[in-house]
Design a binder for this molecule. Structure first.
Ligand code: NOJ
Ligand code: CA
Length: 680
């Protein structure tokens, strides 16, 4: 079934689309397989490398420079010539061990353009572009060469000049709270410094998302606007001066531009996954998608504590109760935070010494791990580092080994420290301070994931580095946070705005799964904080915010108050063979159909913003001629997230076929979830 045919074609110079004044050999073009997207790359008349992107002949990215500055060498920006190029092509389909879809199509035309200085240094970089029908990826490859043995990169000068005006949805980059900001919508020319993915809708309706793929041993790219609609890659800082230090040969991560006619086209897009390397871990059948509950929300409500004392959450007795609840309701996992030594001090920012192997005296780790396993449940480990990776890396192997031996086959990691507050071992043995998304943390996260893999443990990182599709290469990297999740509804003022999820789907979620932790059925946080959500919307999030690990975040006693909704959560799959966004608009709503990976059942989730919205869902994704039982969980007619009726829900069943269309209304702050059970 799975074909693999990546053909590297012979060296050719493709027909040139000329920048005025350039000689033909200085520019190369490449078109997507459907011919609609073209990239033109080369050097301008001054010998500065640049590229442009067109769709249907219309500029999407105007002339944008490529280049680097170094802390110990001349800039590599001008007096450059094209000294060769080769075309590449990919046309294959590969299988995901878990994911939004089982098979991913990888089809592109590409080019590798050799750019060489005309000066005596004669340094070389190869600009490699891959052009898909729904986007473009490119990176710079530094081959081994005499005058650039080690690159100490001060700045990457890669530009993205957005060719038309429009709107942008973004969070600011380089600020203290990492990725945990409320998304803002502004004109493109009002963005300052943004994290990626950053999403744009041009005035002619074209949708773009800028991001990166395969962020390995390099600093993350922030998206900095410095005039008009001209953006540049700004690399996350390092304590060491250069933002990146790499010995040649090496490549930068891929810079990616998803290009689609509408918002669903941005979502149903595998650009970054395709640009990552295939699975390096071999047999990963031990990586299991699952749903879980936890000793967690109670801490965020201030009911119980991470620290020891009378309100300590992670006691043997409390956790046993959670295991019993999980077993009864079919949850595979029980997350336990505060189980280990180190929470009693000022742990935020790495100022306490966590032990990752020693439980607190009131927590019998081994007994609980065994008790859980006997009931078909697994404890989920927790490694909060407070951002101190010096301590963590020193214990990493022992910590993962312990979990591996106990059958604790997944761990949530955490890096609670302000941006720039990661403590890492410095060159003289003393700690230095790093950024959550700098080169040092890119290295760290892979070290954690690889060490965990050695012991067959899956990783879910909080306060992480952003997702760049590395789950393809390391399929045990099952989840991460990296945005404002549910926890903000427990304690933050303001809580997540009502359109937050409908924005996340078209921004943060384009990068990969998120451990958002839905399922707060009580719809309340601390004190009188209320979620901007109806009850039906909580159910919809299991279908609209994709993750192979999904939490039911509320306290077990609250979940138990909603037995029908709890039954839905306990049965909804977390692994899919197909995913298709049926309709949606950024920050307004999304309707997504997914097929269960382990049965013939389909599901549809819809989530909206603060307005009432009527949607029509054509069921033509169902198998033709088959009858399905649709169980619909929708907002009651009087449901409204701003009133006492936020819990109003209707649960109804109907027989349907692929020829039917369902009319479904989302209340303000609402949504819906539908299960289509095949042949039942
Ligand atoms: C922040 C994480 O996002 C949250 O889930 C966790 O409970 C705390 N850190 C403590 O580790
Ligand atoms: Ca967090």
């Amino acid at each position: 079934m799975v074909r693999s045919a990546l053909a590297i074609m012979a060296l050719t110079i493709a027909p040139a689309a000329l920048a005025q004044g350039a000689t033909p050999a200085e520019r190369v073009t490449v078109a997507s397989p459907d011919g609609r997207i073209t990239v033109d790359v080369g050097v301008d008349p001054d010998g500065k490398p640049d590229y442009r992107v067109f769709r249907d002949g219309k500029p999407v990215i105007a002339a944008s420079r490529l280049g680097f500055t170094f802390t110990d060498a001349d800039p590599l920006t001008r007096a450059i010539r094209v000294t060769g190029s080769e075309q590449t092509r990919g046309d294959d389909r590969w299988e995901q061990p878990w994911g939004e879809r089982r098979f991913v199509t990888n089809r592109f035309n590409g080019v590798r353009v050799r750019l060489q200085e005309t000066s005596a240094l004669a340094r070389v970089m190869i600009a490699e572009f891959r052009v898909f029908d729904d986007g473009v990826g490119f990176r710079i490859d530094f081959p081994e060469q005499p005058n650039l043995k080690t690159a100490r990169i001060a700045e990457e000068l890669t530009e993205f000049v957005v060719a038309q005006p429009g709107s942008a949805w973004w969070i600011r980059g380089g600020d203290w709270n990492r990725y945990e900001y409320i998304y803002q919508k502004t004109p493109i020319d009002a963005v300052s410094v943004a994290h990626t993915p950053i999403t744009m809708r041009l005035d002619d309706g074209l949708h773009l998302s800028f991001h990166e793929a395969a962020l390995v041993d390099y600093s993350a790219m922030w998206f900095k606007r410095f005039e008009g609609q001209r953006f540049r890659a700004q690399l996350s800082p390092s304590s060491q001066g250069p933002r990146v230090v790499r010995a040649a040969p090496f490549t930068t991560p891929w810079r990616t531009i998803r290009i689609a006619e509408d918002a669903p086209g941005l979502y149903d897009n595998d650009l970054e996954l395709n640009l990552n390397e295939p699975n390096k871990l071999g047999d990963v059948s031990w990586v299991k998608p699952f749903k879980y509950i936890g000793v967690w929300w109670e801490m965020h409500l201030n009911k119980w504590t991470w620290s020891t004392g009378p309100r300590h959450g992670a006691t043997t007795e409390h956790v046993k109760g959670h295991i019993d609840f999980a077993a009864k309701h079919g949850f595979r996992g029980v997350l336990v935070e505060g189980w280990n030594k180190g929470w009693d001090g000022p742990w935020f920012g790495g100022n306490s010494s966590f032990s990752f192997t020693e439980p607190t005296p009131d927590f019998d780790l081994k007994w609980l791990a065994d008790y859980a396993r006997k009931k078909g449940v697994r404890l989920i480990g927790h490694h909060e580092t407070g951002g101190n990776i010096t301590d963590y890396e020193a214990q990493l192997d022992a910590a993962m080994k312990l979990y591996g031996e106990l059958g604790v086959d997944s761990v949530k990691t955490g890096y609670v420290a302000d941006a720039g507050g990661i403590q890492a071992p410095g060159p003289d043995g003393r700690n230095v301070f790093e950024w959550h998304d700098g080169q040092r943390m890119a290295q760290h996260h892979l070290k954690v994931v690889e060490t965990a893999a050695k012991y067959k443990v899956a990783v879910n990182a909080h306060e992480p580095i952003k997702d760049t599709g590395l789950r393809r290469t390391y399929p045990n990297w099952v989840g991460r946070e990296g945005a404002r999740g549910m926890e903000y509804n427990a304690w933050a003022i303001p809580v997540n705005p009502v359109e937050h999820e409908a924005t996340l789907i078209f921004t943060r979620m384009l990068s990969g799964p998120m451990d958002f932790t839905p399922g707060v059925l009580s719809l309340s946080g601390q004190g009188d904080l209320k979620l901007n959500s109806t009850l039906a919307k909580q159910l919809s999030l299991y279908l609209t915010l994709y993750s192979p690990i999904q939490m039911a975040a509320d306290l077990p006693e609250n979940l138990a108050k909603y037995p029908r909704e709890l039954a839905f959560i306990s049965k909804v799959p977390a692994d899919w063979s197909e995913t298709r966004m049926l309709s949606g608009a950024i920050g307004e709503y999304a309707v997504i159909a997914r097929k269960d990976r382990n049965s013939e059942d389909w599901y549809v989730g819809g989530v909206g913003d603060g307005t009432r919205r009527d949607t029509r869902v054509a069921l033509d994704f169902l198998a033709p001629g088959k009858t399905y039982t649709a169980t619909i969980y929708r907002d009651g007619d009087d449901a409204d997230y701003r009133t006492e009726k936020r819990h109003s829900i209707v649960i109804e069943t109907r027989k349907v076929t692929a020829a039917d269309t369902l009319a479904l209304t989302m209340a303000p702050g609402g949504g819906y979830a539908v299960r289509f059970a095949a042949g039942k």
